[in-house]
Design a protein around this ligand. Sequence first.
Ligand SMILES: Cc1cc2nc3c(=O)[nH]c(=O)nc-3n(C[C@H](O)[C@H](O)[C@H](O)COP(=O)(O)OP(=O)(O)OC[C@H]3O[C@@H](n4cnc5c(N)ncnc54)[C@H](O)[C@@H]3O)c2cc1C
Ligand SMILES: NC(=O)c1ccc[n+]([C@@H]2O[C@H](COP(=O)([O-])OP(=O)(O)OC[C@H]3O[C@@H](n4cnc5c(N)ncnc54)[C@H](OP(=O)(O)O)[C@@H]3O)[C@@H](O)[C@H]2O)c1
Length: 467
Amino acid sequence: MNAIPAIRVAIVGAGPSGFYAAEALLRSGLPVRVDMIERLPTPFGLVRSGVAPDHPKLKQPILVYERIARTPGFNFFGNVQVGRDITVAELRATHHAVVFACGAETDRRMGIPGEDLPRSHTATEFVGWFNGHPDYRDQTFDLSQETVAIVGQGNVAADVCRILAKPVDELRSTDIAEHALDALGRSRVREIHVIGRRGPVQAKFTTKELRELGEIVQCSTLADAADLALNADSETELSDRNNLNAPGNIALFCAFAARKPSVGQRAIRFRFHLSPVALVGDGRVEKLILTRNRLEGPPFAQFARPTDETVQLDCGLVFRSIGYRGVAIPGLPFNDALGTVPHTRGRVLDGAVTLPGLYVTGWLKRGPTGIIGTNRADSVETVESLLADLSKGCTLGKRGAEAVGELLEARGVRVFNYQNWSMLDTAEISRGKLKGKPREKFTRIDEMLAVSTDCGALEGGHSADLA
Ligand SMILES: Cc1cc2nc3c(=O)[nH]c(=O)nc-3n(C[C@H](O)[C@H](O)[C@H](O)COP(=O)(O)OP(=O)(O)OC[C@H]3O[C@@H](n4cnc5c(N)ncnc54)[C@H](O)[C@@H]3O)c2cc1C
Ligand SMILES: NC(=O)c1ccc[n+]([C@@H]2O[C@H](COP(=O)([O-])OP(=O)(O)OC[C@H]3O[C@@H](n4cnc5c(N)ncnc54)[C@H](OP(=O)(O)O)[C@@H]3O)[C@@H](O)[C@H]2O)c1
């Protein structure tokens, strides 16, 4: 009897959605080979480079991903960027299906004058920098400024705020990048304004994250009672039993409004109903110009309508934390307005036409919302579509990893396989141990590649598993 030919699936992106897609495929009971292609040498996407260093428990899904990576039939091609080192068309030729799980790697823009002035940054840059993402290794932030504005009231804004507000000694035992620890140790930041365009009921913080901002030592977390007056529609939103975070958040904002600033301490100030209209300054940010808004529209669809009132905030550093955006990949349809890949249940669409063999999952599929676990159901849906399509006929043999390995070798691309990553992982953990940290990340790609070469030479070397 002939063996059933393996189903070759390439997954592009080694973040949560990529790993959950791999898990669903490898658990399908079918003879599947998964080739995960990741542009960085390191796997785990935003779990490594987004989740805040002082939230180590939230990085635990990595233990699950490590198990998936060790499942027979799984291959890792790190340090390979699709669209640069290998094309979408080539992957379609070498695999029965390609799943894009590339996340949302850039940021939304405010579209206002002065947005690109020096000392105006995105949360993406700051988070990538303190988490040791190689793209942001050489970013600098002027932490000599005393007043900082963060635009946006979601959990990423909360992370940015906490890292700026916490005493640096509380970060020393985390896996925060060394360069960030040094810079934060010299920080002169005193006042952090966290600015929402709508009201306190509409703030997107989860209550747990908001509470944490109120518990930072040597920091007064404050709100203005006048800002907490609610219109009738916000009261309706607040009393809706499906509104999980707003009641807890309002209780916290009220408690913050009752607090007094303490002399000599840092302060976090929540500001509401304010939209930035310009960043101004002499060659760098010195002021944020805001317009006061009022809420209009029905409950749960209230939007910020600008009034004639303008508010100025003197501040020397601005972080825009208003959401992420997917990046277009050459050869793959892209909805530029949404920053996502158009799809129906994970099947990539070109206009109204489904493109056979192409699938999408995670933040690139649904946009930049949802926690790590949200990506599991999303990837299961995409894999269900993929397997349903393949069950209609997948007779043609494909060479999968072997063909990809040959293409990359011919192009001189240095593939970083899972063994290479494991060596780098071990090296990071041992560097961290010396400093009482869970790991000290390598933050430059050439260093990452060199570490695994050095370790490989010591251990007799490892070649890519292209089986
Ligand atoms: C700052 C921040 C903090 C967060 N903190 C938490 C938290 O504490 N808890 C929580 O539950 N959720 C958190 N989230 C949300 C969570 O990180 C996301 O839900 C999740 O990471 C999305 O998974 P993804 O796989 O779609 O994208 P990602 O995690 O972004 O993974 C995408 C991967 O694709 C790779 N890639 C991109 N383009 C290419 C290409 N062309 N070729 C090859 N590879 C490519 C990227 O390098 C990356 O590794 C946070 C998000 C952010 C932004
Ligand atoms: N610890 C955790 O679990 C954790 C940590 C970090 C991130 N995450 C998750 O990751 C996802 C992304 O988080 P996020 O904070 O980037 O996004 P988010 O939750 O969508 O918050 C974005 C914020 O930006 C505001 N905004 C958007 N456009 C704006 C504009 N033009 N001007 C002014 N403000 C604007 C939004 O206000 P409006 O509401 O008015 O649009 C909102 O306050 C979320 O699902 C989050 O929960 C989780």
